[in-house]
Write a protein that binds this ligand. Structure first.
Ligand code: GLU
Length: 306
């Protein structure tokens, strides 16, 4: 056998062995976690003729050539960034892309930037981002600082505990227990005001809270059920979500306050994409993978110009 034929043969044998090994790992090794599958995500039609000269935010983005959207990067099924590829995925990411398409920006012209709960208002106020899609509850306090389109989803505050926890079933059981939430979030605020005997611990992100729960530094993590379900799904042998949701968290799209043109355009886009099935397709490809069937989207709250 000549040298030239021997090398390809060796490569073929190696390739076959690698494939067999990979197949075996897929079956017996770590099972692939269910989650958004990049190449099976829906495609959203781009409104290429769209213009919104009354919106300073849209006009700047158009000149720049792309949208800058604030999101989360550590919330499974909602907003998650693959550290290896830098690719973002989840329901919030899909909502951001859907709205981008309606504003005339194809998916490759929508850029994501991770912004923690406590920094959302400042990011919108100082123009770091054009809009924000990341489990962002609409409320009156925040409306003084930013605008909200939507809501596009209704969540509720809940609790995540270790699988062997027997005593914590609701917020009333938190007295003297260490409970972790994100700084600047509505769940943090609610525990502080309504359950003052709980020992509150705050971090920038919920994923750090979950690490603290797994290592017995805290006894519970509290935030929206939609977020907690994702963490529980990633560690089903260690974690569980308990009790009923004890608040209503309507998720809105944060926009710079005063850019009413953008806010109304996003309300219109959301309504249209709920009607044409894009909202449901986006849900089913992402958050729906956690096992919760698509709910009816909540009614849009198109409040007066402010
Ligand atoms: N929806 C709640 C909030 O906006 C909790 C989730 C979050 O921090 O993003 O504060």
């Amino acid at each position: 056998m000549s040298r030239t034929t021997r090398v390809p043969l060796l490569l073929t044998v190696l390739a076959v062995l690698t494939a067999l090994f990979a197949a075996a790992c897929g079956k017996e090794g770590s099972p692939p976690t269910k989650g958004p599958v990049q190449n099976r995500l829906p495609h959203y039609e781009v409104d290429r003729a769209f213009t919104l000269p009354d919106s300073p935010t849209w006009t700047r983005a158009k000149k720049r050539g792309y949208l800058r959207v604030g999101v989360k990067e550590d919330q499974p099924y909602l907003g998650e960034r693959d550290p290896a590829t830098g690719v973002y995925s989840g329901f919030d990411i899909e909502v951001a892309r859907i709205l981008g398409a309606s504003l005339g920006f194809p998916a490759d012209r929508v850029r994501f930037r991770t912004i923690a709960s406590a920094n959302r208002e400042t990011a919108l106020q100082n123009g770091q981002i054009d809009y924000y899609v990341g489990t962002y509850t609409i409320n009156d306090n925040r409306k003084k600082l930013v605008g909200f389109a939507g809501p596009y989803y209704m969540a509720g505050q809940s609790l995540l505990v270790r699988k062997d926890e027997k005593h914590i079933r609701g917020p009333q059981d938190l007295d003297g227990r260490r409970v972790c939430s994100a700084a600047g979030s509505t769940p943090y605020q609610r525990i502080k005001e309504q359950f003052p005997k709980a020992v509150l611990v705050a971090y920038d992100t919920y994923s750090v809270c979950v690490d603290n729960l797994l290592t017995y530094q805290v006894d519970a993590v509290t935030t929206d059920d939609a977020i907690l379900i994702g963490y529980a799904a990633k560690a089903p042998d260690e974690l569980k979500v308990v009790g009923r949701p004890f608040s209503q968290e309507p998720y809105g799209i944060g926009v710079p306050r005063g850019d009413n043109a953008l806010r109304y355009a996003l309300d219109d886009a959301l309504r249209a994409r709920e009607e044409n099935g894009d909202w449901k397709r986006a849900y089913e490809a992402t958050l729906g993978q956690s096992g919760v069937p698509a709910p009816e989207p909540p009614p849009i709250d198109r409040y007066p110009a402010s």
